[in-house]
Design a protein around this ligand. Structure first.
Ligand code: ZN
Length: 236
């Protein structure tokens, strides 16, 4: 993603949570095809561990039939995150997509029924089922679906590789291909898929890496750990 800010052009790159601490390089290719490498350092960060008990053991150890569906889901979800549209000015400031309590933050290590699983790749907002879910910024709906772990889901493409995903919905109120405005309803909070209670799991993905949604929210909003996490997969 390349944006103009304060008279300068900035390239913004999403880094995967699993990226190892240490030195890394980005290759920058200019319009003249000239390439140069830019070095950067990733520091380690300790994320808290969250232990979650799921009644439905199938959500921890899926059957072989479930695994086939999960593989199909992964392909569709991967395609949605790989979506690309040219957007001259992609949004860098989002509105919170639902009114509720920020329950589980980005990056938490997850242990389901005593077994470690993928870390939490988004931000959870806990609210009663039926609470409106709204687009945090303008964009195009690239995909909707109902997936084993993620439940009823909407993907919005905001341009230049910035994609947002909304999981566990009760109801989807938009269709693929449609434009949405900032604040427009896209569905309702629910607990479809792997969830222990009604909440929205919200993923923000930049160049196919899940990044912390808090980076895109006004600084006043910060995650408060919940007494009872509304657990989900948060994965892809
Ligand atoms: Zn989540």
């Amino acid at each position: 993603m390349v944006v103009r800010h304060d008279e300068r052009w900035h390239a913004i790159v999403g880094l995967p949570l699993a990226l190892a601490p240490g030195r890394h390089q980005l290759r920058v290719v200019g319009a003249d095809d000239a390439a140069r490498d830019v070095a950067f350092t990733v520091r380690s960060k300790k994320y808290a561990t969250q232990h979650i008990t799921l009644q439905d053991e199938r959500m921890v150890e899926p059957s072989s039939q479930d695994l086939e569906r999960i593989q199909r889901d992964k392909r569709v979800i991967g395609r949605a995150f790989a979506s690309w549209t040219e957007e001259a000015v992609p949004p860098l400031r989002f509105a919170l997509p639902a009114d509720g309590k920020l329950s589980s933050g980005f990056g938490l290590r997850r242990v389901f029924n005593g077994r470690p699983r993928q870390p939490h790749s988004g931000l959870d907002i806990a609210a009663p089922a039926g609470t409106a879910v709204t687009a945090p910024a303008a964009g195009t709906v690239v995909e909707t679906g109902d997936y084993f772990f993620n439940g009823k889901t909407v993907f919005i493409d905001h341009g230049q590789g910035l994609i947002t995903m909304y999981n566990h919905l009760n109801k989807i109120e938009v269709a693929a291909g449609g434009r949405v405005a900032r604040g427009q309803r896209i569905g309702e909070i629910g607990m479809t898929g792997r969830a222990t209670g009604p909440h929205l799991h919200w993923t923000v993905s930049l160049n196919r890496s899940s990044v912390d949604p808090l980076l895109f929210l006004p600084p006043a909003i910060s995650a408060q750990p919940a007494a009872e996490p509304r657990a989900d997969v948060g994965g892809r």
